[in-house]
Design a protein around this ligand. Sequence first.
Ligand SMILES: Nc1ncnc2c1ncn2[C@@H]1O[C@H](COP(=O)(O)OP(=O)(O)O)[C@@H](O)[C@H]1O
Ligand SMILES: [Mg+2]
Length: 237
Amino acid sequence: MSAPLLRVREIDAFIEQFHILEDVTFDVPDGGITVLLGRNGAGKTTTLRSVLGMTSVTSGDIEYNGQSIVGKKTHTIAQMGIGYVPEHRAIFSELTVQENLRIAARHKDDLPRNIEMIFTLFPDLKRLYQLQGGNLSGGQQQMLAIARALVPDNRLLLIDEPSEGLAPVIIEQVIAAIKALAETKTVLLVEQNFRVASQLADNYVIMDHGQSVAHGVMASLSQDDEIVQRYLGVGMH
Ligand SMILES: Nc1ncnc2c1ncn2[C@@H]1O[C@H](COP(=O)(O)OP(=O)(O)O)[C@@H](O)[C@H]1O
Ligand SMILES: [Mg+2]
């Protein structure tokens, strides 16, 4: 087994005075898709934000590609090759698709280098290139939000709730795109929709009340009704 791309070890994180994460520990293998599962408020988004240095981590360690990144500035962490697709698709509605992508570049030649790959993954964006973000459908905005993280040469993508609020047929398109991009990138996904998670993920980590409580291979979780019921509160069938 090769070394994990991301190692999170016993991290505690605070938002203001609130102790949100406690002893969170998990690995993200290099390649493939790892999903963070857990009920609303379990700490999934805070975990992604902690990796990115957007939340104050008070103890524990986070290693990316063998290097400790705890305490580094968000832009420094991003430059190491970590892209972030936040909840609620934070795109600029006044800017065109092209402008949204252009401002996601870290270097001048990022967009020209990666635009064909982006258009292959999201053919709609080619057609809509000169349209303002605000005129896109919810699904198209989600695709643009993911595409923005593909403009720089990121190796790890943190994607938060990509299926949220989307119609089933659009979710299928988003699933296909994430599968395709995971052939060349490593993905750490937050996904509340268990069916979507089980279609996408190779590995899972379950969070509950700010702690990591279970992890393993996704295919085996889909067989484990008891864990799914206890921590996710959903039936699988
Ligand atoms: N800005 C904030 N101020 C105070 N508490 C927060 C803030 N953001 C999140 N929390 C709390 O942190 C916990 C984890 O939130 P979050 O990481 O967003 O969960 P998830 O993404 O799993 O739904 C929740 O109990 C939430 O209420
Ligand atoms: Mg969240």
